[in-house]
Write a protein that binds this ligand. Sequence first.
Ligand code: NAD
Length: 272
Amino acid sequence: MKTGDLFDVRGLATIVTGGGSGIGLACAEAMADNGARVTLMDIDAARLDAAVARLRDAGGDVRGAMVDVTDRAGLNRAFDETAAHYGRLDVVFANAGIGGGPGFLALDGARNPAGAIESIAEEFWDRVLAMDLTSVFTTIRAAARHMKSRNAGRIIVTTSISAGKTELHVGTPYVAAKAGSAQLVRQAAHELAGYNILVNAIAPGPVATNISGGRLQDPAVQASFARLFPLHRMGNTDDIQGIALFLASPASRFVTGAQIVVDGGYTLGAAD
Ligand SMILES: NC(=O)c1ccc[n+]([C@@H]2O[C@H](COP(=O)([O-])OP(=O)(O)OC[C@H]3O[C@@H](n4cnc5c(N)ncnc54)[C@H](O)[C@@H]3O)[C@@H](O)[C@H]2O)c1
């Protein structure tokens, strides 16, 4: 088997939610640069336009759609429209998500009252769960509806290392939502395997993106995080691209229900 065949995504009709920035944009780029037809869905018009222009300039067959993934009817409409446009739907990245607010410790190790469990506002809890868990369910549901009839498809969910471990510097609602999302991936993979729809997760560690107001792009935050990584640096969005391509392509045809951690060894614990 040649690498070109193993990782062939040419022509695949692909949706990436939250595709206007960060990890979603990196997944979209990996697909578009390798010949997939990609629709980016995002709530931020300026980011969406810039992302579509960038990928088109590089020769990509790319379009954008303004979609709020928490608007269930709007999400369904956008999926229907996109599937009709391509005549099929092959790959869906359920990626859009937001941060979970401050953790219960600050980066200097002191208690952070704003992140304490009794400080979490109910409205904020609901918002994070709506974005980081419920929207994953509605995205998988919309994808399955289109993929089942063709007996083929790939659904790739961006979870997080927070799905499987507790966190000091990450907000509690996020950890809970991502754990739910990871289990949803396994459950959907089990159910949809009979329809040849593979459902997997990418679980990144900290990656410098626009999440949480771009906090992880702050050089001081990066420096303080870097020493916690055995590979001595925080992740960049292009570190995710190989796994995105793997999970969308024939190379992963016997992989379903998996969660692939991409974290530079962060979950192993700090080393030298
Ligand atoms: N950056 C990290 O350290 C990290 C680590 C693990 C997992 N993740 C996950 O990766 C995913 C992408 O996050 P990112 O870090 O690339 O962040 P990001 O903020 O750079 O990108 C997220 C994109 O989602 C869009 N978005 C936000 N709300 C939306 C909505 N209601 N509908 C549609 N689009 C919406 C934003 O406009 C943005 O373009 C999230 O699920 C996040 O939880 C991020």
